[in-house]
Design a protein around this ligand. Structure first.
Ligand code: CMC
Length: 382
C-alpha cells in the first residue's frame, strides 16, 4: 500500500472509462471517440445521451424511439411540483432547490424496488430523472415569477421544450439549436468532481437518484459548475461600474482575485468547448447587434493573454462564454449552473452505470496526522 499523498487526487487514475476523453495539452474533448465539435454542430442532445448510455450513435429509427421514450417521462407529479413552489416561495437557491427536488423524485419512481444490480432498470430510472430535471427547473423559475408551470410538450426536443416550459412560448430555431448545443457541450467531461461524486455514490450500489443528487451538490461550488454564474456576475459588475473590463481585471489581479472562467485542472490550453461557445456568442451578438458581453469577454481574454496567463496554462474554460450565450436566450443568471446540471446528469448516469458494470467500492485513505494515544478523561473531570 503506497503512502504517497496526492492532494485533490490530481492525476490519479481510479477507473477505466469509454465515455469521454479530455486531452488537456492540445485542448481536445471526445465522447466515445467523437470530437466534441462534430457532436456540438451535428448531433442533438438526445443523440449524445444515446451515445453515452447505449454505446453508439443511434440510427434515425433508434433515435426517434429514444427521443419519444425520453419525452414521455417529462411530466412531474403535482405533489413534487407543489414542493418546488414551496422551495421557490422560501427563496431557496436554484441549485439547492434542484438537489432537493431530484431527491424527492425518487418517491414517485415506479421501479424503486429494482435490484441495484439491474443496470437496465438503473438506466430507465436515469432516463426519468434526465427527462424531469428541465420540468422541475422551469417550474421553479416560473414559481419565482409568480407563474404556474407550463406542461411539457412531447413534440419538442429536450432543449426546445425546456425553453418553452420556462417562457410559455415556443423558442425560435436559433435559440433551440443554441441551447441544444450548450447541452451537448456540457454532457460529459471525464472524472470531474461531480462525476466522481456520482461514481463514489454508485460504487456503494446506492441508487441513481442518490448519485445525481450528490452530483448536483458537487457541481454547485464556484470551483466547478458555479463559475458560469460568477462570470456573468463579473460582466454585470463591470457594466454597472464606471470601469472598463481591462481596468476591472487589472484591479482583480492586484487584489489576488481569481478570474472566473479561467483555469482548469486538466486543460492547459483554451478549452475546446469555450472555442465553440465563443463562436456561437459571436454569431448571436452579430445577428442581434448587441456585442457588449462579447466585447467585455474579448477584452478580458486579450488582457490576460498579454499578461502571460495563457502561457502559464490558465486559459478560458467553458464557463467563460456559456453565461453570455444563456443571457442572449433570456435565461436568468442563477439558472446557469442548474442548466449545467440538466445536461451533466446524462454524464453522471452514464458513468454510474459504466462503473457499476464492474463495480469496486471506492474507499481511499487519508494520511492520519492527529494524535494516536490521547488519554480519555470523563466529561465531568475535564
Ligand atoms: N485566475 C487567476 N489565477 C488562477 C486561476 C484563475 N481563474 N486559476 C488558477 N490560477 C492560478 C492559481 O492562483 C495558482 O497560481 P500559483 O501557483 O501562483 O498559486 C495556479 O494558477 C494553479 O492553480 P490551482 O488552484 O492549483 O489549480 P487547480 O488545478 O486546482 O485549479 C480551478 C483549477 C478550475 C479550480 C481554477 O483554475 C479556478 O479556480 N478557476 C476559476 C473557477 C472556474 O472557472 N471554474 C470552472 C472550471 S471549468 C468547468 C467545471 O469544471 O465545472
Amino acid at each position: 500500500m503506497s503512502d504517497e499523498l496526492k492532494r485533490g487526487l490530481e492525476g490519479v487514475l481510479v477507473a477505466e472509462s469509454d465515455l469521454s476523453y479530455v486531452d488537456g495539452e492540445v485542448g481536445k474533448l471526445v465522447y466515445r471517440g467523437y470530437d466534441i465539435e462534430d457532436l456540438a454542430r451535428g448531433a442533438s442532445y438526445e443523440e449524445v445521451l444515446y451515445l453515452l448510455w447505449r454505446g453508439s450513435l443511434p440510427t434515425r429509427e433508434e433515435l426517434d424511439a429514444f427521443t419519444a421514450d425520453l419525452a414521455a417521462e417529462r411530466a412531474v407529479d403535482d405533489d413534487a411540483l407543489d414542493a418546488v413552489r414551496t422551495l421557490a416561495d422560501a427563496g431557496e437557491r436554484p441549485m439547492a432547490a434542484l438537489r432537493t427536488a431530484v431527491s424527492m423524485l425518487s418517491a414517485y419512481e415506479p421501479e424503486s424496488d429494482a435490484d441495484p444490480e439491474d443496470l437496465d432498470a438503473t438506466l430507465r430510472q436515469g432516463r426519468r430523472i434526465t427527462a424531469k430535471i428541465p420540468t422541475l427547473l422551469a417550474a421553479f423559475e416560473r414559481a419565482r415569477q409568480g407563474e404556474d408551470p407550463v406542461a411539457p410538450d412531447p413534440d419538442l426536443s429536450h432543449a426546445a421544450n425546456f425553453l418553452y416550459m420556462l417562457t410559455g412560448t415556443e423558442p425560435d430555431d436559433v435559440s433551440a439549436e443554441t441551447f441544444d448545443m450548450a447541452l451537448t457541450l456540457h454532457a460529459d467531461h471525464g472524472l470531474n468532481a461531480s462525476t466522481f461524486t456520482a461514481i463514489v455514490i454508485g460504487s456503494t450500489m446506492a441508487d441513481v437518484y442518490s448519485g445525481v443528487t450528490g452530483g448536483i451538490g458537487a457541481l454547485s461550488g464556484p470551483l466547478h459548475g458555479g463559475a458560469n454564474q460568477d462570470v456573468m456576475e463579473v460582466l454585470q459588475e463591470v457594466d454597472a461600474s464606471d470601469k472598463d473590463p481591462v481596468q476591472w481585471v487589472k484591479d482583480a489581479r492586484e487584489e489576488g482575485r481569481r478570474i472566473p472562467g479561467f483555469g482548469h485542472r486538466v486543460y492547459k490550453v483554451k478549452d475546446p468547448r469555450a472555442k465553440i461557445l465563443e463562436e456561437k456568442l459571436r454569431d448571436l451578438s452579430e445577428s442581434s447587434g448587441d456585442t457588449k458581453w462579447l466585447d467585455y469577454t474579448t477584452a478580458i481574454e486579450e488582457y490576460l493573454t498579454e499578461q502571460g496567463l495563457l502561457d502559464k496554462g490558465i486559459a478560458p474554460n467553458v464557463d467563460f462564454y456559456s453565461g453570455s450565450v444563456y443571457d442572449s436566450l433570456g435565461i436568468p443568471v442563477d439558472m446557469y449552473t442548474p442548466i449545467f446540471a440538466m445536461s451533466r446528469a446524462g454524464g453522471w448516469i452514464a458513468h454510474m452505470v459504466e462503473y457499476q458494470e464492474d463495480n469496486r467500492l471506492i474507499r481511499p485513505r487519508a494520511r492520519y496526522t492527529g494524535p494516536k494515544a490521547s488519554e480519555f478523561v470523563p466529561v465531568d473531570e475535564r
